[in-house]
Design a protein around this ligand. Structure first.
Ligand code: AMP
Length: 366
């Protein structure tokens, strides 16, 4: 195992596993601090390759992974559906931040929910569902409505089915493709919020303001920063994120998604140990953005101030929305970010636009 207390100085090369827009924006932030990035991704036409050195190889290609590890000084990742084994192999050659153990915890909803509950963080009530009979038992325990999700590899509502009064359980189970799943009680939430926290090599943490997320067709549509919630609740959400980061011994960045119940209670839905779509607003509205914060944490640098200097509303440009780039460029107070994807597809995140307003409230302590 490579030693993992090293400070990686500007001028070094950061390896990024995954080549999507999150990797692209990480590489742009890294360049601002004088780092180079080398991106490892199986898809040749990946947005991050436009702004970084590229390795195109499969996640199981151990020879390519070893060459990549030799060419970089530290490794981070930009999405969590990479085999944890890939990250473990890399960590035998080079510091990997966050660690593969963090990735492993976040990759499987059953492990993730058990972890949250083990550190006294509330989630929706849940049961593991490993087969058809298990689904029957879980539905009997939690009642309807409930949400059945594959334990692994789900995102943007994929691998997920709501079980209401009329749902046929055979069909619902068939939708899981025979994979282990989780049944969660359905939360009739008031809103969805998320918090991004960074934790450095020295254990220091820095939280961004809590934001509200609104979805369309299960895909994040709009993020409102800050969330319009009482200060006490915002502090509680940040506390959950900080406790999670410490318990994971995270070195890097972590997004924690939560529901605010109609009774004002906070329930954690899931976490992602990487930059997050709900943190894109930080590029234009904070002193340090989420991507630079990841670079700082992964390289063992002091974390930057996450202070928000403006209010922001971030809107994703999904599929054909991106064709509005010209009017968006003309809008005052708007900042346009395009990911350079060559093909427009329905449901594909093509870019985002952040609209800024002067900061409306007083400074919140973090
Ligand atoms: P997820 O893939 O877990 O992030 O779920 C995608 C979206 O489905 C969430 O952002 C919620 O809007 C909704 N959702 C997920 N789990 C639940 C739940 N237990 N109760 C109600 N809505 C949920």
């Amino acid at each position: 195992m490579a030693p993992d207390d090293k400070v990686i100085a500007p001028g070094s090369t950061i390896g990024v596993v995954g080549g999507g827009q999150l990797g692209r924006m990480t590489a742009l932030a890294a360049a601002r601090l004088g780092y180079r990035c080398h991106v490892y991704c199986p898809e040749a036409d990946s947005p991050a390759f436009h702004v970084a050195q590229a390795t195109v190889a499969s996640y199981g290609d151990e020879a390519a992974l070893a060459r990549f590890a030799d060419a970089v000084d530290v490794v981070t990742f930009e999405f969590e559906n990479i085999p944890a084994e890939t990250v473990r192999v890399l960590s035998q050659h080079v510091p990997v931040r966050p660690s593969w153990r963090v990735l492993e915890t976040a990759q499987d909803r059953l492990v993730e929910k058990s972890f949250f509950n083990s550190i006294d963080i509330a989630t929706a009530p849940w049961r593991p569902v490993l087969d058809r009979a298990g689904l029957e038992t879980a539905v009997a325990a939690l009642g309807r409505p409930a949400v059945l999700k594959t334990a692994r590899f789900g995102y943007d509502g994929k691998g997920q089915v709501k079980i209401d009064a009329s749902t046929d359980l055979d069909e619902a189970w068939a939708g899981m493709g025979g994979q282990p799943a989780i049944l969660e009680g359905f939360i009739d939430f008031e809103r969805e919020v998320s918090v991004l926290v960074a934790r450095g090599l020295d254990g220091a943490v820095a939280c961004f303001d809590v934001v509200e997320n609104r979805h369309r067709n299960h895909i994040l549509d709009v993020t409102i920063a800050p969330a319009h919630i009482p200060q006490r609740l915002a502090r509680q959400a940040q506390d959950v994120a900080e406790r999670t980061a410490h318990a994971l011994e995270l070195v890097g960045l972590l997004a924690v998604e939560m529901f605010v119940g109609k009774d004002g209670a906070l329930l954690v839905n899931e976490m992602a140990p990487r930059p997050h779509n709900s943190g894109h607003w930080t590029i234009d509205a904070c002193l340090t953005d989420q991507f630079e914060q990841l670079v700082r944490a992964a390289c063992g640098l002091p974390l930057g101030s996450p202070e928000r200097h403006s209010d922001a509303v971030m809107t994703n440009l999904i599929g054909e929305d991106v064709n509005q780039w010209l009017p968006l460029l003309r809008q005052k107070g708007s900042r346009l970010h395009l990911y350079g994807k060559s093909e427009i597809r329905a449901g594909r995140k093509m870019g985002h636009v952040t609209r800024l307003q002067p900061r409306s409230d007083k400074r919140s302590d973090c």
